[in-house]
Write a protein that binds this ligand. Structure first.
Ligand SMILES: C[S@@+](CC[C@H](N)C(=O)[O-])C[C@H]1O[C@@H](n2cnc3c(N)ncnc32)[C@H](O)[C@@H]1O
Length: 337
């Protein structure tokens, strides 16, 4: 990350402490002034601290969740700097271009566009991924899938099971519904000897996944395939089928955040009327593609956990792990030998 040029007072220490309502009144006025087509030249100066604070108030007024985090991320994106820079240079003056760029980004955010689609980036498993509206924004809870695979392979600090996985050099893994490629790419990084495949039904998602693999110099490690679930793969050939499939039911649509409903790809989020439709098709296909005794690992939600368990009734070692919020999140099961 490049550090921004021209700090005004390099040594100023500024703490972004809580902003009370009185301050917000002032900052709203400042924000309106900046936004109201007043020529930039007519504004005496726009200091980073003031504009950031006024933006937090503006986002809060617009009921944008985590207003401070969003205001900071969008300012970091606009002036291409890191968070430490924002906090170390509160008195830096913003240029006209920066003010305009920041306002454009904020207008998008206020309209509901997720910050990650504005900045084009999301972190997952400590790696930076490019994201576009063609792909689901990787979620932190999906990292549990990676942890689960690594635990079964025997490389994770917390072993969930022991002695049952194949050695890493022989592993064949497929990530079904790869989206941005975050799961396949994280696994390729963690398991340098594994052969990784990734599928998606969306050609535009696969383009983003390819780009991410290339950014991480892992494009030669992952074979991407444009297909429906596991169509076209050999039987009995994988050690792991891993997937974060669409699993939200259309009947639950009203409970889904507006930002997700309006801006994330529908076929990445919704599976059909009940939420089980994609998993119902994936389980038998995974059974065919897996070697005997090999693992199927799927991200799920609490809503469908019991139904998914029953769909896996003929499988061995079926277990469901919760995420950090205590919600059932990862189901794993072994194909019977
Ligand atoms: C919930 S997103 C997961 C994306 C990514 N793996 C992640 O965890 O962020 C589901 C993905 O599955 C893809 N998908 C939906 N139906 C599919 C199908 N029948 N076959 C293959 N991929 C599918 C979507 O295009 C989307 O990229």
């Amino acid at each position: 990350m490049v550090s921004c040029a021209k700090p005004v007072h390099e040594n100023t220490v500024w703490s972004s402490s809580a902003i009370d309502e009185t301050a917000c009144v002032y900052y709203r006025r400042l924000n309106n002034q900046v936004l109201s087509n007043v020529k930039y030249a007519e504004i005496v100066s726009v200091l980073l601290r003031d504009f950031l604070t006024s933006t937090i108030c503006r986002l809060r007024d617009a009921s944008v969740p985590s207003p401070r985090l969003n205001a900071e991320l969008l300012l970091m994106f606009t002036i291409n700097c890191d968070r430490a820079y924002l906090h170390a240079h509160p008195e830096r003056e913003l240029t006209k271009e920066e003010v305009n760029g920041y306002n454009d980004a904020l207008a998008e955010r206020v309209r509901g566009v997720p910050t990650q689609y504005i900045t084009g980036h999301q972190e997952f498993w400590g790696m930076d991924f490019v994201v576009s509206p063609a792909v689901l924004i990787p979620r932190p809870e999906t990292e549990h899938l990676i942890e689960t695979v690594l635990a079964y392979v025997g490389r994770a600090p917390l072993r969930l099971r022991s002695g049952q996985a194949s050695p890493a050099k022989t592993l064949r893994i497929v990530d079904v519904g790869t989206g941005s490629g975050c799961i396949a790419i994280a696994l390729a990084k963690e398991l340098p000897n594994a052969e990784i495949h990734a599928t998606d039904i969306s050609a535009s998602a696969l383009e983003v996944a390819h780009a991410n693999a290339a950014r991480h110099q892992l494009e030669n490690r992952i074979k991407f395939r444009h297909t429906d679930l596991l169509q076209g793969f050999e039987s009995d050939s994988f050690d792991f089928v891993v997937s974060n499939p669409p699993y939200v039911g259309e009947s639950e649509e009203d409970e889904v955040q507006m930002e997700v409903r309006k801006f994330e790809p529908r076929n990445a989020v919704f599976a059909g009327p009940t939420g089980l439709e994609v998993i119902e098709r994936l389980i038998p296909q995974a059974q065919a593609a897996l070697k005997p005794g090999a693992w199927l690992i799927i991200e799920i939600s609490g809503t469908i956990a019991e139904e998914v368990k029953s769909l896996l009734s003929g499988w061995a070692d079926v277990q469901i792990a919760n995420d950090l919020q205590g919600i059932p999140r990862v189901v794993s099961a072994r194909k019977p030998r």
